[in-house]
Design a protein around this ligand. Structure first.
Ligand code: GLC
Length: 798
């Protein structure tokens, strides 16, 4: 077996597409976030985690508390040897630590398997979420390693949340829960009479919880319990609950218990024999649907069939873009982990360990959906429509909105609305789906409009709020949420926003030109003019000598040489470079300044130096400890833009160096320093002003997954979609001599074989042949649907 990037805690198994954890005491919980788009669960290497349906805060199925050290909340299983009375759990938590030998945890695509051995029983528990239905499955394979017959009891234990999470006032919340064991089907039901969400009728306190939780097992349960005290025991702990000590559950159910669930099932194993036990847990609107699901899993072979379907779905989706480069970490990230993180966690689950979410962030999932473009652009298309439906007629949008209640916060961030045309333009580049621009979607407040009208409303709204110098105002903040107060008096200018708008105007003009009708022509004229005007204003007012400032505000400038704190900000440089705003001379200075001030050992800092005390004139980033999150650490999401900026600026070796400085797999080589999972991106890494400089945190739930994916595929490997075809513009390091890249584009499959002879030169020349025919320039003609296209690429110094 190929064990890649082995460290003290684990390694990558590329054949199985898994990350394998070999000891449970990882520096932080190392989790998997599994979702089918509706139902989701988190599962850590310790076996802990929680589950939800559609919205992890509004519709949480099981209780959980965020505790990165103890990691002691979950849905657990205990195994009891009925002959000896000895017990343990098949996962480290709650009762496996110190008992479970040969521990291993395999996080895969849509599932996690934890295995070990105790009391001569080999156990392996696989957790996965059904590919379509709102249910998770725990399949436990047990093997008797001894010659003697073993009589085992298995007990599950979980606490129902059923609705709003956290239910911090448990004594109150549990009063609404009813549990009922249905003998015929073996289903242990849980319903709740209250859902702490507004009732559509307007009546206070009227909304019942609209789902029913269900829990069942095979072989069918022999006993059950819903009362915490009788399960765990007085002053008991979940390492050794009373039921496991005595081997009994007390069959309490009804309305007046604790609203938890425990099922007991029995299995006997002859010496050497292997058997499977299956637990299912889920939530449906009707009992009939749950019964159908449970019955399905009661059939022999059902679990294996569904698990194979789940794996197949992921491999099929991610298989749409595959690369083979000299750098194994890039292959692992691009072929599997980054798009998996972006889709399973960010788009579908919208929740993780460090952040329990559930809502759609206006800008967030739009950016995440970029990861789906080369894989299944329909996911992006559907999301653009979802986002357009949460926009007001005047172009402003909800800052985030909640599925289920469909309401949200109307906070006027200056950038939220612009991500709609930004992503729509990219969707058009990918698909050429012109008709989409004329698809009609309702506005959130009144009326409806075509997608292009939604995008137009976004652009017009931002164009309509310039400062006297023609730079857009930041209003209640821009991409950087931490600049929450800077725009309080309405006068602050955002230079980053100006650059962002400049790029969008040009991109949007491309999309409009592609449509090519009269309205489009009119808009193009105006937007080209506005773009020019913006570029002039940026270059006139925002240049600080060696870099661009980030913003102006009532008390001065953010991101100037003269500033004591926050002298230089990353985003104001990266976006200017991405959109080619500086002159060559300025560009040179900026690249040098980035290298000098912001590119540090563990990734590009969001700005430097960090705030050490709160500044109410700036916002909450100044309240964070110095070097953490948006306060001058590596904010991974923005760090990815530095990779893109360097690639576009024509500095390929630097682009790769920047990437590698926070490449999670490379950082995972020193896990006791880095802490975070090596297989996904962290939201942030502590900056130099933190005593933990280099420590990663806030993993999984970060917009960086999608951006790192696109940075590697579109800009480093340099194969990207435009409205008129795929462009080939590699910016790979000199050390990469060859790589292959396969992706779909408008229904055809393109396989690129790239030879790099450029030695990392700034000026490069690309020669292309397509199916053996030489192509002029670096843009490929669009092939017919279904075609298989072979492209040979040679990159040389120019
Ligand atoms: C968080 C937010 C995102 C924002 C970023 C920077 O990740 O979800 O919307 O852009 O922080 O502040």
């Amino acid at each position: 077996m190929n064990k890649l990037f082995r460290n003290k805690y684990g390694y990558f198994d590329p054949e199985q597409h898994e990350y394998v954890i070999t000891r449970p005491d990882t520096p932080r919980p190392w989790s998997n976030i599994i979702s089918n788009g509706t139902y989701g669960m988190t599962i850590t290497q310790a076996g802990s985690g929680y589950s939800w349906i559609e919205h992890a805060q509004f519709n949480r199925l099981t209780r959980w508390d965020q505790d990165l050290t103890r990691d002691n909340w979950g849905k657990y299983v205990y195994i009891r040897d009925e002959d000896t009375g000895k017990s343990w759990s098949p996962t480290p938590k709650p009762a496996g630590i110190g008992k479970l030998k040969d521990y291993e945890c395999r996080h895969g695509l849509g599932y996690t398997t934890i295995s070990g051995r105790c009391q001569d029983v080999q156990s392996s528990i696989t957790y996965f979420v059904d590919s379509k239905s709102p249910v998770e499955v725990w399949e436990i394979t047990l093997k008797n390693l001894s010659r003697k017959k073993k009589n085992l009891s298995l007990f599950s234990y979980l606490e129902w949340s059923l609705g709003m999470a956290p239910d911090w006032h448990r004594e109150f919340d549990k009063i609404f829960i009813t549990t009922e064991f249905e003998r015929k089907t073996g289903i242990f039901w849980a319903t709740k009479t209250r859902w702490a969400l507004p009732d559509p009728s307007g009546r206070p306190w009227a909304r019942p919880y609209e789902y029913r939780g269900f829990h069942a097992c095979f072989p069918k349960a022999v006993s059950f319990d819903s009362d915490q005290r009788s399960i765990i025991g007085d002053l008991g702990e979940n390492q050794a609950p009373k039921c496991v000590v005595t081997g009994k559950l007390s069959k309490l159910q009804g309305r007046c218990n604790d609203g938890v669930a425990s099922l007991q099932t029995r299995v006997s194993l002859r010496g050497g024999q292997t058997k499977k036990v299956v637990f299912v847990l889920g939530g449906t609107k009707t009992a009939a649907e749950a019964r159908r699901i449970v019955a399905r899993y009661g059939k022999p072979g059902a679990v294996d069939k569904e698990l194979a379907a789940v794996k197949g779905l992921w491999l099929g989706l991610l298989g749409q873009l595959q690369v083979k480069t000299p750098d194994q970490s890039v292959n692992l990230l691009v072929n599997q982990w980054l798009p998996y993180q972006a889709i399973s966690c960010r788009m579908w689950g919208r929740s993780a360990y460090y952040q329990t979410g559930g809502a759609y962030g206006y800008r967030d999932q739009l950016q995440d959906s970029l990861a789906t473009l080369p894989l299944n652009p329909k996911i992006c298309r559907d999301h653009i429509k979802r986002a357009a439906a949460h926009q007001f007629r005047d172009g402003t949008t909800l800052h985030w909105w909640h599925p289920i209640t469909d309401d949200g916060a109307k906070k006027v961030n200056s950038d939220d609305l612009l991500w709609l045309p930004f992503v729509t333009a990219r969707y058009i580049q990918e698909t050429g789906d012109k008709a989409f621009l004329n698809e009609v979607v309702p506005f959130y407040d009144k009326g409806k409009g075509k997608i292009r009208e939604h995008c137009r409303a976004s652009i017009e709204q931002v164009l309509g709020r310039p400062s006297p110098r023609g730079i857009p105002t930041i209003v209640e903040g821009d991409w950087n949420d931490g600049l929450s107060c800077i725009g309080f008096d309405g006068t602050a200018e955002s230079v980053w926003l100006a650059e962002f708008l400049y790029g969008i105007l040009n991109d949007w003009c491309d999309a409009l030109a592609y449509v090519g009708d009269r309205q489009a022509e009119k808009d193009i004229k105006r937007y080209k003019r506005e773009a020019k005007r913006l570029a002039t204003a940026i270059n006139k007012y925002a240049w600080d000598g060696d870099w661009y400032i980030r913003a102006t505000h009532a008390n001065g400038i953010l991101g100037s040489k003269k500033s004591k704190i926050g002298k230089i900000f990353l985003n104001a440089q990266t976006w200017a470079l991405m959109y080619g705003l500086p002159t060559p001379a300025r560009k040179k200075k900026m690249l040098a300044a980035l290298n000098k001030h912001l590119y540090r050992d563990y990734g590009p800092l969001l700005f430097y130096p960090a705030f050490s005390k709160p500044d109410p004139g700036i916002g909450h980033l100044s309240q964070y400890a110095p070097g953490l999150r948006e306060n001058g650490g590596l904010y991974t999401h923005a760090g990815c833009w530095a990779i893109i900026a360097e690639a576009i600026a024509g500095t390929p070796d630097r682009a790769f160096k920047v990437f590698n400085s926070f490449n999670p797999i490379a950082r995972g080589k020193k896990p006791d320093h880095y802490y975070a999972e090596p297989y996904v991106t962290p939201g942030n890494v502590d900056g130099p002003q933190s005593p933990n400089f280099g420590r990663g945190g806030w993993t999984w739930y970060t917009g960086s997954a999608s951006w790192m994916y696109r940075a590697l595929t579109d800009y480093i490997m340099g194969i990207r979609a435009t409205t008129d075809g795929l462009v080939v513009d590699p910016a790979v390091p000199a050390s990469w001599k060859n790589y292959t890249f396969t992706r779909k584009y408008r229904g055809a499959t393109y396989t690129f074989t790239v030879r790099n002879k450029s030695k990392g030169a700034v000026k490069r020349k690309v020669s292309l042949t397509m199916n053996g025919k030489a192509i002029k320039g670096n843009r490929l003609p669009i092939a017919n649907k279904g075609a298989k296209v072979k492209v040979d690429v040679v990159v040389e110094s120019a």
